[in-house]
Design a protein around this ligand. Structure first.
Ligand code: ADP
Ligand code: MG
Ligand code: MG
Length: 907
């Protein structure tokens, strides 16, 4: 067996790693290696693999014995390339220690810069650079980061909110800035910085009861250990949970020679996107700061400068662009931008630093973007010939469509809106809600089902759960590339950052702006697409279908083989769904007409039927109900013409329709001319201890055939009359809650009888329709070969099928499912994502067995899962004909189906 290789060097025009080694080197390390291989200037360094992380956690937080020697050899290489030695008092090499997970987790893990500065190396660096201010600035940064990341967080020191070492040191820095009247950190002088560094160290010794290490090697290994430890830090863990990143992936660690953006006026640092990540515009877009180190831009501490003239906005128009300040470097950076896009054929998110006029690249990765940007970038790159149409279709995540279809602030109402501030449009769409000032409050509000806006001075990565829970995010500071903006954009969440006019007091929980004050609970409206903040509540409208979207979906539709239907019960929903691209109705719930607006009369008749003591009385009531049912079905069939409509026979247990309140019952008794006692008796008879598994679905039709007969008659007459009026309609009669073939035969006999009667009445030979069943009980899936002999289609009702398979009551999971997810007993909610190991096996078995006796059996799904991308993929894999989901999820399902076909082609 060969020895495991734990360290991969890069730099000097070559590297041992490559961009396709992300699993081993993490995203950052793999792409640093790739850039080095492309000849792009990257400071030399080396990557400790994710396997070191795995080893570290498997072995009580210790390293593989071979690691140190390998790291030393790699460091020697870096020293050779950079022409400096780590720890050399005369001309010291400094390094950064950077985390790098497989998939990027912006701001969630730790980085320490300027490692290697200590009493032995400081004088040498000052002599070498002739710039004491720079050296002490680097030193105070090292102390601040190291004490926070290594000595406090990684050491597991618990601190009260606002009492962390970082905040304490920050306050000391602020005091000096204040006392000296400096507008920014960059103005603090060398002596003050030197003095500050000494006082920092004293504070650290006092607060953390440990000295700040004065030895470069100790700093280096302290930093490395802290990055590995940060993998299990609280915010990294919550981010992984939200993004579905497995805990066992581990992070890599990159040790990289420092280059300095804080060496003076000719130095700078910045972050950029090769295209605009909010809109997708094909223009180089970014932010930079002169005389600063990288974290200054990403931390959202100062409002950064625009990268170029073309992308200036209202907030930064007065600031200098890199294009004008350093034209030569900008041109070089622009060339690298083109090179990276050509190479990776996708929009990149890059970090760069300019040291004394020399450009260095520090990171490139696929840029997170809004749904709008994803769509536009994909369509542009397709037009540019950079990617194929399949790749274009894969570039937009189905979930992102949600955002494209999401509401925006009504532009008409916005004109008269009470505009209180402007900020940067970091995440698109509109949002409105009550204001909260802490992440905890946002999480709490979300639990109560309230949509709130999270308002922060600046967000920090610890707010991630609150950002997730809020409907919109608003901050007073930070730029478009701040972590808050990145994260919000990744989620397609409405977000405004850098609304500088707002004075946010998180302690008093107030926002002051132009003499006005808003407090917790006050309502604001955000236009995240334009960065506008309004007092009060403005109306929202649906984003209009843009032609780009229509073109994109047309391409997706040309690829997919799975059809997409919708679950709809009303003509309005049906019409909506057609707009979204529905190709039919997969589930029309007949009981819908007994709820809500206009339901009084039919509901009364239904109740009358339920209360009837004899079949004769029941039939009489059903006859009265019949015209309502027929009209209801006819209206939806008409809207859907010429598309198929699956109409489900009555599903809920009858007692659901019996009024519970005393007054209601009294009224009903009176209207039905029965005594209240009799009514109460009948209601008691209907009571069930486990209605989910009680007298419902086909069981009703077996006990009360007249109910099914009436419904079948309504369906066939409605269809026939529409046909006679010249419309093509395709009703599919669906029997719910079936477990046995005999149940279906029982209902089929009666359907046939009704069919013959209707044909006779209208003098036709036959009425085109299908007869089929839901498969939502495990027995039905297991005996599907038998069941298929009596039915022409199956529709998997995966809500009930999941309930029956897990033995989890759909109505009661709230009590325990969150614990199951928290404790990782279940990876996801099986009611949202099909559990392929159980429900999935039943579905696969059901389809195989069903088609074994009826090869042309039509198969679909009508549970909630039909609009969830990974479940849609599963439906594609098992050979279903269609999925059906709520109207809003139809586009999501269409795209998911196209992506499934690209990944797993099927005839
Ligand atoms: P994150 O993943 O949070 O972005 P990074 O490891 O990229 O963390 O580092 C944070 C900041 O420090 C970035 O702006 C990066 O460019 C900068 N940085 C990291 N290493 C170096 C280095 N060797 N020289 C100069 N700047 C660096
Ligand atoms: Mg970091
Ligand atoms: Mg970074």
């Amino acid at each position: 067996m060969t020895e495991t290789k734990y360290v991969y060097p890069f730099g000097g025009g070559s590297a041992e790693g490559r961009s396709d080694m992300k699993n081993l080197l993490g995203g950052k390390g793999a792409n640093l290696a790739e850039m080095a291989n492309l000849g792009i200037p990257v400071p030399a360094g080396f990557t400790l693999t994710t396997e070191v992380c795995t080893y570290y956690y498997d072995h009580g937080r210790s390293y593989p014995p071979a690691l140190e020697a390998e790291a030393n050899a790699a460091m020697a290489k870096v020293e050779q390339i950079m022409g400096k030695r780590f720890g050399d008092p005369a001309d010291p090499l400094l390094v950064s220690v950077r985390s790098g997970a497989r998939s990027s987790m912006p701001g969630m893990m730790e980085t320490v810069l300027n490692i290697g500065l200590c009493s032995a190396t400081i004088p040498g660096l000052i002599a070498k650079t002739g710039n004491p201010r720079f050296v002490y600035d680097a030193y105070r940064r090292l102390i601040m980061m190291y004490s926070d990341v290594v000595m406090e967080k990684a050491a597991g020191v618990e601190v009260a909110e606002g009492r962390g070492i970082r905040q304490q040191l920050d306050r000391m820095l602020e005091e000096v800035k204040h006392a000296r009247g400096c507008a920014s950190d960059a103005e603090i002088g060398a002596d003050d910085l030197k003095d500050l560094a000494e006082r920092f160290k004293a504070t650290i010794r006092k607060v953390l009861r440990k000295p700040f290490p004065d030895d470069p090697r100790e700093q280096l290994w302290g930093g490395i250990g802290a990055v590995f430890a940060s993998w299990n830090g609280k915010r990294a863990v919550s981010y992984r949970r939200i993004e579905g990143i497995p805990d066992d992936w581990g992070t890599a660690v990159n040790v990289q020679a420092m280059v300095f953006g804080n060496m003076g006026g000719g130095s700078a640092t910045g972050v950029a996107f090769t295209r605009n990540p909010a809109t997708g515009d094909n223009r180089f877009y970014g932010e930079w700061l002169a005389n600063a180190q990288g974290e200054d831009v990403v931390a959202g501490i100062r409002t950064p400068n625009p990268l170029n003239e073309a992308t200036k906005n209202e907030q930064n128009a007065h600031l200098p662009s890199l294009e004008t300040a350093m034209p030569e470097v900008y041109r070089q950076l622009h060339d690298i931008r083109d090179h990276l896009e050509r190479h990776f054929t996708d929009m990149q998110d890059i970090e760069f630093t300019i040291q004394d006029g020399r450009l260095w690249m520090l990171q490139t990765r696929i840029g997170k973007r809004t749904g709008t940007a994803a769509l536009n970038v994909a369509m542009d790159m397709l037009a540019e010939g950079m990617i194929s149409k399949e790749t274009a279709v894969l570039r937009v995540k189905p979930e992102q469509l949600d955002e494209l279809l999401h509401p925006i602030v009504d532009p008409a109402a916005e004109k008269g809106g009470d505009l209180i501030a402007k900020g940067l449009p970091a995440g698109p769409g509109g949002a409105r809600g009550q204001v909260v000032f802490t992440a905890e409050a946002a999480v709490q509000a979300a639990k109560e089902g309230k949509g709130v806006l999270l308002v922060r001075e600046e967000t920090n990565p610890e707010d991630v759960e609150g950002m997730r829970a809020a409907v919109g995010i608003l901050t007073a500071r930070g730029g478009m590339t701040s972590h808050a903006a990145l994260v919000a954009r990744g989620w397609g969440k409405c977000c405004i950052v850098g609304a500088g006019a707002l004075d946010i007091d998180a302690v008093a929980r107030t926002i002051s702006v132009n003499g006005r004050t808003f407090g917790e609970g006050d309502v604001l409206t955000l236009n995240g697409t334009r960065g506008l903040v309004y007092a009060g509540e403005l109306p929202m409208i649906d984003a209009t279908e843009n032609p780009r979207f229509v073109d994109f979906m047309r391409i997706a539709d040309s690829i997919r083989v799975l059809k997409v239907r919708t679950n709809a019960d009303t003509p309005a929903d049906a019409r909506n769904a057609i707009e979204f691209g529905a190709e039919g109705i997969g589930l029309f719930r007949t009981e819908h007409m007994f709820y809500g607006k206009g339901s009084e009369e039919p509901l009364f008749l239904l109740r009358k039927m339920i209360m009837a003591g004899t079949e004769k009385k029941r039939r009489a009531a059903l006859n009265e109900l019949f015209p309502f049912v027929k009209r209801d079905i006819k209206a939806t069939l008409e809207v859907m013409s010429p598309r198929p409509v699956t109409i489900r026979l009555l599903d809920p247990p009858l007692h659901e329709f019996v009024p519970q309140g005393k007054e209601e019952r009294k009224k009903l008794a009176k209207a039905l001319h029965v005594s209240q006692k009799k009514l109460a008796e009948r209601a008691a008879e209907l009571h069930e201890s486990n209605p989910m598994m009680g007298h419902r679905g086909v069981r009703l039709g077996v006990t009360f055939p007249e109910i099914s007969e009436m419904q079948v008659r309504a369906i066939l007459e409605a269809a026939l009359e529409l046909r006679q009026a010249g419309l093509e309609v395709f009703p599919e009669i669906m029997v719910p809650v079936t477990g046995m073939k005999a149940e279906l035969d029982n209902q089929l006999a009666l359907a046939k009888k009704v069919h013959a009667e209707v044909c006779a009445k209208y003098r036709v030979d036959s009425i085109e329709h299908l007869y089929g069943t839901m498969i939502e009980i495990p027995r039905a899936a297991l005996t599907a070969d038998e069941i298929a002999k009596s039915t022409q289609f199956f529709s998997f009702g995966t809500n009930d099928l999941t309930q029956m398979t897990f033995g989890f009551s759909r109505d009661d999971i709230g009590g325990f499912l969150p614990d199951y997810l928290d404790k990782k007993i279940l990876p996801v909610d099986p009611f949202q994502v099909i559990d392929r190991d159980s429900v999935g096996v039943l579905i696969r078995t059901g389809i195989e067995r069903g088609r074994s006796t009826r090869p042309n059996l039509k198969v679909g799904i009508c549970g909630e899962h039909g609009g969830e991308p990974s479940s849609v993929e599963f439906c594609h894999l098992v050979g279903m004909d269609y999925v059906s989901c709520s109207p809003f999820r139809v586009p999501i399902a269409r795209l998911a189906a196209a992506q499934a076909q690209i990944r797993y082609p099927r005839k």
